[in-house]
Ligand binder design. Structure first.
Ligand code: AMP
Length: 620
């Protein structure tokens, strides 16, 4: 395409922006930028079907920046983004591009952060606001965010906003936007609800489709490594040793696991940190910053905490736990191979995961090959080469004069052989563990193709009759096993929360808050009885004090949960309680309002600005 050879100046961008682009090192526009920028500069509506990594942020940020009227105060550009991480990232991009436009004020606003700071920022006259839908709506309702001067509204990752349950809030914002506002909607996919929104709100939009990141997909090499579950940690260590890595993200499914792996890897000399929803926003930003600057090389993250991370030096993504679904797999691996760089992703799995793995392959239309584990000889050759390299680097970079003198003395006075002295020191530096691995120290992948014929029938879905029933039973078992340990009722204890019907509480609020904030799987949350002013719920015994403390500070529908543990008899004796799914909302039909209030609850701020809800089901 001729557009590829265009320069940013050819697209109509002015000098301050060209200077900024020069500074951030973009030499030529990406395809989406070449196609979108001229139309957005001409204030046309745009429907852009493109994923992250295509340069879509600059595609909307540059023209909307150029179009703002610097003499006007008040919000002229509003960008809605699904997560606070993305909101911060987009706001940072705007700031980078506006660095030679001194009068431009950019403000990110997102749930979970202090209102006052945001209100002050709005009062100071931010012209560009990048926010998550719930918080933007809150500010609009409070009257602290006014859209009278709005020139452009950008919906970034619209399908993500739909997936996270924000679409009502997005529509609400759209319906409160001045008629003549220019709208740019970006979405990787076009589900019916997004299509409906474009039909309703966009006018004569220019449609731009960037091919489904073919280049990115091909720049990410994907593999699986199948081992028995007892071998997963050994498999991970081996991968980390073999792979020539820059930065690595390791995905796990629980907050506890992020901590556990981080401490295990740090103990083994890696520079690793956990990234999970328990961390304050500032701490999360610090971890990402450290990763960017190379102060740490490995981040162990949960899906929600890692959403939107865009760090160019991430060369590897390792799935230590199988993702819950294909969508999350795609999202996870997209953390590498950014901006056209190459990346590698390895999914660690156990034979039990093969069915879910099959779904990932099917959904992503990819055949993921087995990780080509090097032979023992090759691994050992690499170990030797690395060790030699370390010795040489130590000789080059350290002042060893004093030690050299000392060894010279040993050599001269004690009549010791220099090579033997060096070998003894080398052994000491290895903490006396052997440099070379034996066969039993290494992990090999189980080849999925060689697993039993029944499982291969399962993989390509050809089970019939009796066999199929058997497979179904087995699948059910797989699924149950996948769910981890179910806690029995005897191993649960009573908790009482200080919120109830009068606070418009529904069972889903309770399950969502506990699952998200305490990390307890939905299926391990026992019966929930909601009364007028409190709610009883049974939870697995032995909740750590700090988790309970955190839950106490958690807000449900805007009210502190005030959760406390009860004596065994107290709640069982209560008579007029309602069951989890029974009972109607006493306050009558306020469903819609509740839903909105619920979405606005500060929960969504804690872990990715999303509404609390039951954890999504596993594959089947
Ligand atoms: P995005 O799709 O907006 O998330 O951008 C993905 C990455 O590409 C970001 O790290 C951008 O900084 C980078 N990027 C965007 N446009 C360009 C460009 N024209 N040249 C080089 N890098 C770019």
């Amino acid at each position: 395409m001729t557009q590829q050879s265009q320069s940013f100046a050819d697209l109509g961008l002015k000098q301050p922006l060209l200077d900024a682009l020069n500074k951030v090192g973009y030499s030529e526009p990406s395809p989406i930028q070449a196609q979108a920028i001229p139309h957005l500069l001409n204030r046309h509506d745009i429907l852009g079907q493109a994923q992250t990594g295509t340069g879509k942020t600059a595609a909307f940020a540059l023209p909307t920046l150029q179009n703002i009227d610097l003499s006007l105060r008040g919000v002229q550009v509003l960008v809605l983004a699904p997560t606070r991480e993305l909101a911060i990232q987009v706001a940072d991009a705007y700031k980078d591009y506006a660095q030679f436009m001194p009068k431009v004020n950019v403000l990110p606003i997102y749930g979970g952060a202090d209102y006052r700071t945001q209100i002050n920022g709005l009062k100071r006259g931010a012209q560009i606001v990048v926010g998550t839908p719930g918080r933007v709506m809150d500010h609009m309702e409070k009257g602290t965010l006014k859209l009278d001067n709005l020139q452009a509204l950008v919906l970034d990752e619209a399908d993500e906003m739909l997936r996270m349950g924000f679409i009502d809030d997005v529509e609400w914002v759209l319906s409160h936007t001045p008629q003549e506002t220019q709208i740019a909607l970006f979405s990787a996919t076009m589900p019916a609800q997004i299509k409906a929104i474009t039909e309703k709100y966009l006018k004569n939009e220019v449609v731009i489709q960037i091919a489904k990141k073919a280049e990115t997909a091909s720049t990410i090499e994907q593999f699986y490594l199948c081992v028995e579950s007892s071998q997963k940690m050994a498999g991970l260590r081996q991968l980390l040793e073999i792979e020539d890595r820059d930065a690595t993200i390791i995905f796990v499914n629980t907050k506890a696991m992020t901590e556990e792996l981080a401490s295990k890897l740090n103990y083994r000399g890696h520079k690793a940190a956990a990234l999970n929803g328990d961390l304050q926003q500032k701490q999360r930003e610090r971890v990402i910053d450290q990763l960017k600057k190379g102060m740490i090389d490995i981040v162990i993250a949960t899906d929600v905490a890692a959403r939107g991370i865009d760090v160019e030096r991430i060369s590897h993504v390792i799935n230590y736990d199988l993702p819950h679904d294909s969508e999350s797999y795609v999202h996870r691996i997209g953390r590498t191979g950014r901006a056209g760089r190459s990346g590698k992703t390895i999914l660690l799995m156990t034979p039990r995961d093969r069915r879910s793995f099959g779904f990932i392959e099917k959904d992503t239309k990819t055949t993921i090959p087995m990780y080509p584990m090097p032979s023992l000889t090759d691994i050992n050759a690499q170990r030797v080469a690395h060790f030699k390299q370390r010795i040489v680097s130590e000789m080059e970079h350290k002042n060893l004069e004093y030690l050299e003198q000392m060894l010279e003395e040993m050599y001269q006075n004690d009549d010791l052989d220099l090579i033997s002295i060096a070998a003894a020191l080398a052994s000491m530096s290895l903490n006396n563990s052997p440099l070379l691995l034996g066969k039993r120290d290494t992990v090999a992948s189980i080849d999925l193709a060689t697993l039993s014929s029944r499982s291969s029938r399962q993989r390509d879905g050809r089970g019939r009759g009796r066999d199929r029933n058997k497979d179904n039973r087995r699948n059910r078992k797989d699924r149950d096993e996948n769910q981890g340990d179910r806690v029995s009722r005897e191993d649960m204890e009573n908790y009482r929360l200080g919120v109830g019907y009068r606070d418009n509480i529904k069972p889903g609020h309770i399950v969502g808050a506990i699952a998200n904030e305490a990390g307890i799987e939905g299926y391990n949350i026992g019966p929930i009885n909601i009364s007028d002013n409190h709610t009883d719920v049974m939870l697995p015994k032995g909740m750590p004090a700090e988790v309970l403390k955190h839950l106490q500070k958690t807000r449900i529908n805007g009210k502190l949960s005030q959760i406390e543990q009860m004596d065994a008899d107290t709640s069982a004796s209560e008579g007029n309680n309602r069951k989890r799914s029974g009972g109607k909302d006493r306050r009558g039909n306020q469903e819609r309002r509740n839903k909105r209030d619920f979405k606005k609850s500060p929960h969504k701020g804690r872990d990715g600005d999303k509404p609390v809800r039951r954890p999504r089901k596993k594959f089947d």
